[in-house]
Design a protein around this ligand. Structure first.
Ligand SMILES: Cc1cc2nc3c(=O)[nH]c(=O)nc-3n(C[C@H](O)[C@H](O)[C@H](O)COP(=O)(O)OP(=O)(O)OC[C@H]3O[C@@H](n4cnc5c(N)ncnc54)[C@H](O)[C@@H]3O)c2cc1C
Length: 264
């Protein structure tokens, strides 16, 4: 079984700053980490590797320094890493990102049985890349996976829904997105890090992927960010204490509403 886990390098902050002029993320001075949701996806893949004979390949699209997230994943137990990096990939929206990742998965040998993603990236936050890749690969998609078993070429998963848990079964190959309620990610060992540091990471660009340049990066991105901003923080409001004299509190609220031009 060949499992691919897509991992993204993201800024280590929940408070992402946006350049108001270019509408892009400001990454300067912010340490980068593996997208936390991707660590859960990797853990599910490594558990399958522990139980079955499986090869785990980690894949990322990003600048040359993004290879560190591949080595981090290899230090935890992934067998192989592929970095998708090319100037033509720059400025990609989620569609162009999905196209490039899809092209890479088609090229991998042996043929891929399962592709795992985190539920979403903590910077872009769209949760679109997993579904996008499933579309390009024409593979079925299962989202919000928290447990995963594979037997005789079929998967069985529990997926987290708003109102409970779904149990789904189906044949491989399949694409899945994984939630943080999956098993906690394992740590890397010192020897794992030493091996990963010296491991060979393949770097593929447009040429190696036989990708159409017009479908990559900014050129291949059908969406444009028109404006991006943090919503204004709402003030705490005014508290009326009506425990002793409810009618006075009601009167005060009515006055506030009237001042705002809202008629009762
Ligand atoms: C309209 C639009 C325009 C954009 N323009 C730019 C731009 O000009 N410049 C720019 O730098 N960014 C740009 N971005 C951001 C960039 O496209 C996204 O960071 C990228 O497509 C991934 O989307 P996301 O962060 O929402 O990931 P999600 O869809 O939330 O990620 C889900 C999962 O997909 C996988 N994944 C996501 N991205 C990668 C990756 N690169 N490699 C491997 N796995 C991955 C991970 O497993 C992740 O958990 C733009 C985004 C949008 C929506």
């Amino acid at each position: 079984m060949h499992i691919v886990v897509c991992v993204k390098q993201v800024p280590d902050t929940a408070n992402v700053r946006i350049n108001p002029e270019t509408n892009t993320l400001m990454r300067e001075g912010v340490e980068s980490i593996v997208n936390p949701f991707d660590e859960y996806a990797l853990e599910l893949a490594l558990q399958l590797k522990d139980r079955h004979e499986a090869k785990v390949t980690v894949l990322t699209m990003g600048p040359p320094q993004a290879d560190i997230v591949l080595r981090d994943s290899m230090a935890r137990g992934a067998d192989d890493g592929v970095l998708l990096s090319d100037r033509t990939f720059a400025g990609a929206d989620t569609w162009a990102t999905s196209y490039v990742i899809g092209q890479a998965i088609k090229k991998l040998k042996p043929a891929v049985d399962m592709v795992l993603f985190g539920k979403q990236a903590i910077d872009g936050d769209t949760a679109q890349v997993g579904p996008g890749v499933s579309e390009f690969l024409k593979m079925p998609l299962v989202t919000y996976v928290r447990t995963l078993e594979v037997n005789d070429g079929r998967f069985k998963v529990e997926t987290l829904m708003d109102d409970g848990v779904d149990v789904l079964e189906g044949p491989l190959p399949v694409v899945m997105t994984v939630v943080k309620e999956a098993a906690p990610p394992r740590f890397s060992s010192l020897s794992g890090w030493m091996d990963a540091k010296h491991a060979k990471v393949r770097v593929w660009g447009t040429k190696q992927l036989q990708a159409t340049p017009d479908l990559c990066g900014l050129k291949g991105s059908p969406t444009k960010v028109v404006k991006i901003f943090a919503p204004p923080v709402k003030s705490g409001g005014t508290k009326m204490d009506g425990r002793e004299l409810p009618s006075a509190a009601v009167e005060a609220i009515l006055q506030v509403l009237q001042k705002k031009g809202i008629k009762s």
